[in-house]
Design a protein. Structure first.
Length: 409
């Protein structure tokens, strides 16, 4: 049995600061908090630093290279919201402690020709970028549907293929600059969500407008993969989301990119620049830029209103591949950017950190992570400083553990 003791650290357990200053790690598990350091333990002195649960990005599109980049930023789990890393295709990732862990929806239900087809240039085919590896195994189940019957039929096929939750695209293309693209109608969405629930699966909706959000609420989804950005919030839309008990993965970094805000300031931070290759640096300095009429102030105000109404806000980025036309985002780095946006919106640093750790784990049923507690996975991030008071300190990475394995050791 191998034992590591992180000592003299400030400890944020995923919800609050603890009185304890020591965490013991044994064979990939948090074995004790605040106890005595046993003889022979490897000691990591956390003086001047804060120990956090590994961060969770609740909205990505990813591959092994991106999972490696995420882990270098202390993001120990990524939740894929359209992609190929279903249970039947990620065995190698689960055992590779140089990569963030991953969960996946497989392909999201969408109308033929619907979102996300409008995002790509003519002739472009989404897939791993040059040099990137794709998961092994059969290609996941496609999920283009036009009727309630088709939606009901495709959900069990996604479940059988290893999807961890079911994603629904509710998007008419207006925010992406392609209004009028095909989209799921209310009856088809309702049927698909009902089928997901019948199979014990979370139903998560991609929605960027208030109208799409209300459709998702009516269908009974469990969570939203985006925050609406086409208009300011109203008391009515906030109440509808709150009363339904739906979580919102705000993806403010994505909304900002849609408006035309690049990640250049983040890329200029030496704590970020040192971890990005040229492709990711170029991508982060770009933006989607499809919705310049949008207002980041309105987005931030909506985040605060939802949070104040008791809605669980989760940290997500929508980071995907290093291509400038999908810019403003980078795996791992953009999680820290999103934390900064949430604090700018009015959440406390502790509330923002909760949104990237325990709240996401709770809403996605990841009961083995997201907190520093005895018996949970030792997915941990040690940073210099105190991000519970200065959120930008999350970028001061001193050490990252995935299942108790020290990254780079």
């Amino acid at each position: 049995m191998t034992t590591t003791a992180v000592t003299n650290a400030r400890i944020f357990d995923g919800e609050k600061l603890l009185d304890a200053t020591t965490v013991l790690i044994e064979d990939g598990i948090i074995a004790d908090i605040g106890g005595t350091v046993p003889p022979g333990a490897t000691i990591v002195d956390g003086s001047g630093g804060t120990l956090l649960p590994g961060l969770i990005d609740a909205h990505v599109h990813t591959n092994e290279q991106s999972l490696g980049l995420a882990l270098r930023f202390g993001v120990t789990t990524e939740l894929e919201m359209q992609g190929t890393n279903t249970r039947s295709r990620r065995a190698g990732i689960a055992e590779d402690d140089s990569l963030a862990d991953v969960r996946s929806s497989g392909f999201g239900l969408t109308a033929p020709g619907g979102h996300p087809a409008e995002l790509f240039p003519e002739g472009f085919r989404p897939g791993p970028p040059p040099g990137a590896s794709a998961p092994s195994g059969p290609r996941p189940v496609p999920a283009e549907v036009t009727t309630p019957e088709e939606a009901t039929a495709v959900v069990p096929r996604l479940v059988a293929d290893g999807s961890d939750y079911i994603k629904f695209m509710v998007d008419d293309g207006s925010v992406e600059g392609h209004p009028g693209i095909p989209m799921l109608d209310q009856a088809t969405l309702n049927a698909g969500v009902a089928a997901a629930h019948e199979h014990g699966m979370l139903a998560i909706a991609h929605t960027l407008t208030v109208e799409a959000t209300l459709m998702a609420v009516e269908a009974g989804v469990d969570g939203l993969a985006h925050l609406f950005m086409d208009r300011p919030h109203t008391d009515e839309i906030v109440a509808a989301i709150a009363d339904a008990g739906i979580f919102v993965t705000a993806c403010v970094v994505l909304d900002a990119s849609m408006i035309g805000v690049t990640g250049a300031a983040l890329a200029d931070d030496p704590r970020v620049a040192s971890r990005l290759d040229e492709g990711w640096d170029t991508t982060l300095r770009s933006s989607f830029g499809h919705y310049p009429q949008g207002s980041i102030a309105d987005v931030l105000a909506s985040v605060k209103a939802l949070h104040d109404a008791g809605v669980d806000i989760l940290v997500g980025t929508d980071a995907s591949v290093p291509l400038p036309f999908m810019g403003g985002l980078a795996h791992g780095a953009s999680v820290h950017h999103e934390l900064q946006y949430l604090v700018r919106a009015g959440l406390t640093p502790t509330e923002a950190l909760t949104a990237a750790t325990s709240a996401t784990a709770r809403r996605f049923g990841l009961s083995d992570r997201g907190r520093i507690a005895v018996g949970l996975r030792a997915d941990l991030l040690l940073v210099d400083g105190d991000p519970t008071s200065t959120i930008a300190d999350t970028l001061n990475t001193r050490a990252v553990w995935r299942r108790g394995a020290l990254l780079g050791a």
